[in-house]
Write a protein that binds this ligand. Structure first.
Ligand SMILES: NC(=O)c1ccc[n+]([C@@H]2O[C@H](COP(=O)([O-])OP(=O)(O)OC[C@H]3O[C@@H](n4cnc5c(N)ncnc54)[C@H](O)[C@@H]3O)[C@@H](O)[C@H]2O)c1
Length: 451
């Protein structure tokens, strides 16, 4: 078995959880030590969180990191130093310098945690270099870009996994477990979204990041350097996957079901402007910036099987964080904003049950098994699970639980919602990126005893 074969996402149907002895032996042979050799491109706020998980694993060698910012590299090296692990090779250079990292034969897989506009070129370059790819989440800039990633994956046949961590959130997985046991009946409607007050963008005085929120672009720090600009020029569902990814695992999207079309509507834009004026005054240069992104963008999607989905993008108004999940079927529903569950025949009529008792009772087997390992990892531990899923499936040459078709469908929602808004909320078709493969694929998300 050659190197390329080792990292290939073979499409071999599961048997998941049981390592075929020959496969495992080959993996050992190919990696030299039974470890996955990983490079990370983009070691900003998110990349460092992922590095922190990777370096704690004894089946991962962090071989190299790449970034364009000295500050990000320095902070990552400090993090690594604190664990006593050996230093990775550093590729610090211009925007395309990551390609040098991809030339390293000693790398099996790369994690991409750069700004959104880099995900597609970096993924394609990595796949063409024969690397398995774990790509951070985003919305795409065009539907064509989604096709490009699909084509590259089919062409180069390396593993590709969108690193959608919310699919692994503990309460989400417990509710998925309840759904699999039939407690909600036949699902009819799901809701989710990205509802996170991001107005307090950060700037950096060279040493430290401050909140305060009126600077972005060159004076910004971390996501404020690039994300806020999207709110200036784009109006749509800019960050669909934290809401849609988990819902897709409930509704068997790309696994016997698919998204067919959507319609999107946006409110007017006030939040960022008001915030800048309040914090920086009327005369602050950014007070004259016109923001295109509506404060609330609502997108409705329909599936081939007849369920509906509502996604809400809400990042520029004052609010506590909530992804606003609702999973509703013929027998009951879950809503996360009030942590409520209602099951007909079990719950008192018209009264919410506290969801916590259900979370405990239906805790997902993966969480029961790995909760200790995930302790301390980002976002309540779910970040550990998504990295574990990527590492284990690539290392063991199994299909990744989330794949390039999930990535294409989820991230295409952004340009499609922009289009719908421009067309006065007209329905827009969602391409069938898998060209019919979805019909025969089984939904085994969360069913393996490893990932
Ligand atoms: N899954 C999650 O929970 C989660 C959380 C936060 C961010 N994210 C995603 O992670 C990604 C990164 O976000 P972030 O918060 O870390 O942003 P960030 O700005 O803090 O980090 C991005 C890093 O990429 C580097 N970079 C930019 N261009 C580069 C290039 N051409 N080559 C190499 N490095 C380059 C930057 O210098 C920076 O260090 C985004 O897609 C974001 O949406 C996901």
């Amino acid at each position: 078995m050659n190197r390329r074969k080792f990292i290939r996402n073979t499409g071999v149907a599961a048997g998941i959880g049981i390592l075929h002895p020959a496969l495992f032996a080959d993996s050992l042979m190919n990696t030299g030590s039974g470890t996955l050799r990983v490079g990370v491109i983009g070691v900003g706020m998110r990349g460092r969180g992922l590095v922190d998980i990777l370096i704690r694993r004894n089946d991962v060698d962090l071989v190299a990191i790449s970034d364009i910012a000295q500050d990000s590299i320095d902070k990552t090296m400090e993090l690594i130093k604190a664990t006593g692990k050996s230093n990775p090779k550093v590729f610090l250079g211009d925007d395309l310098y990551y390609k040098k990292l991809l030339e390293m034969k000693e790398i099996d897989a790369v994690i991409i945690a750069t700004p959104w506009q880099w995900h597609t070129p970096m993924s394609i370059d990595a796949m063409s270099a024969g690397k398995a790819v774990g790509c951070e989440v985003a919305g795409a800039y065009s539907v064509e870009e989604c096709w490009q990633v699909v084509r590259a994956n089919e062409n180069f046949k390396t593993a590709f996994m969108p690193l959608e961590n919310v699919c692994y959130r503990r309460d989400v997985m417990a509710v998925l477990n309840m759904h699999k046991k039939g407690l909600f009946g036949e699902l009819m409607h799901c809701e989710g979204g990205y509802q996170h007050d991001l107005r307090e963008v950060k700037f950096n005085n060279g040493k430290q990041a401050y909140g305060g929120g009126v600077e972005f672009g060159a004076k910004g720090y971390s996501e404020a350097q690039w994300r806020t600009q999207n709110s200036v020029t784009r109006n749509g569902e800019l960050y669909p996957t934290h809401g849609l990814g988990p819902i897709a695992t409930f509704l068997d999207i790309e696994r016997g079901n698919r998204l067919t079309h959507l319609t999107s509507m946006s409110s007017k834009a006030r939040g960022l402007h008001n915030y800048i004026v309040e914090k920086g005054g009327e005369s602050h240069p950014n007070a004259s910036v016109e923001f295109a992104l509506g404060d609330i963008v609502t997108t409705m999607l329909r599936t081939a099987r007849g369920e509906t989905i509502t996604l809400t993008h809400d990042t520029n108004l004052p609010r506590p964080y909530s992804l606003g999940f609702r999973i509703q079927g013929t027998k009951g529903l879950w809503m996360d904003v009030n942590s409520g569950i209602y099951i007909e025949g079990t719950s008192a009529p018209h009264k919410w049950d506290d969801a916590k008792q259900y979370y405990e009772k239906y805790d997902h087997p993966l969480w029961k098994k790995y909760a200790e390992d995930a302790k301390g990892a980002g976002h309540g531990g779910m970040d550990w699970f998504v990295i574990n899923a990527f590492v284990e499936s690539v290392k063991n040459e199994k299909p990744t639980p989330l794949d390039v078709y999930d990535h294409a469908v989820w991230s295409s929602i952004t340009p499609l919602s922009e289009k719908s808004i421009v067309l006065g909320s007209e329905p827009v078709e969602i391409p069938d990126f898998s060209r019919g493969r979805w019909m025969n694929k089984k939904n085994d998300f969360g069913l393996s005893d490893i990932w």
